[in-house]
Design a protein around this ligand. Structure first.
Ligand code: COA
Length: 154
């Protein structure tokens, strides 16, 4: 299944940010981002919003930013119809490629009980570094903070 990864940018049609928000909310419920949040992340110089489109639908997305040698993944979501086909792995690899060369570490937070996402991140080389107590609401839950150190020699 060949699917191209695209990067959202300022000036993209509003329908794109609406579709990204729809997928995010479908996948993570109340933690999902609004269309306005996707639009503003894509417009930031240090924001990265990537998505995969399939037959006019958004199959998957990843969103994050970078600053002073660090990258941060804030959201990743794959539509239930397209799961376990390696899309999330592809999106994380591309996110890493889009980070500036001086990036040393990538961080993210994940709900403690989200075993699918934790397995995904571990497969990508992330490891747990700390717990943020009651980080999430609805339902209230701890976050696991995970980190990956970029190996620049590879
Ligand atoms: C987590 C999520 C993004 C994974 O997307 P995906 O495209 O299905 O993931 P991939 O096919 O790239 O899976 C890569 C690896 O991640 C792990 N993984 C993915 N889904 C898993 C699941 N349901 N259970 C256990 N491990 C899983 C596996 O190691 C998998 O490799 P394998 O298929 O060879 O076993 C997707 O399930 C999703 O959108 N979930 C809801 C949103 C969410 O929880 N986002 C994370 C918020 S921090």
């Amino acid at each position: 299944m060949e699917m191209q990864i695209k990067r959202a940018a300022s000036g993209d049609p509003v329908e794109l940010s609406e579709a990204l928000s729809e997928l995010d909310c479908l996948c993570v419920g109340t933690d999902g981002w609004s269309a306005a949040s996707f639009e503003s992340e894509a417009a930031k110089e240090n924001g990265i919003v990537l998505y995969i489109e399939k037959n006019g639908r958004i199959a998957g997305l990843i969103c994050g930013y970078y600053a002073v040698g660090e990258g941060d993944i804030t959201s990743i979501a794959v539509h239930p119809d397209f799961r376990r086909k390696g899309l999330a792995l592809k999106l994380i690899r591309e996110f890493e490629k889009q980070l500036p060369n001086d990036t040393e570490d990538i961080f993210l937070e994940v709900r403690e009980t989200n075993t699918a996402a934790v397995s995904l991140y571990e497969k990508c080389g992330f490891g747990a570094v700390s717990i943020r107590k009651n980080f999430y609401d609805s339902p209230r839950e701890n976050a696991v903070v995970m980190k990956k150190t970029i190996n620049h020699t590879m």
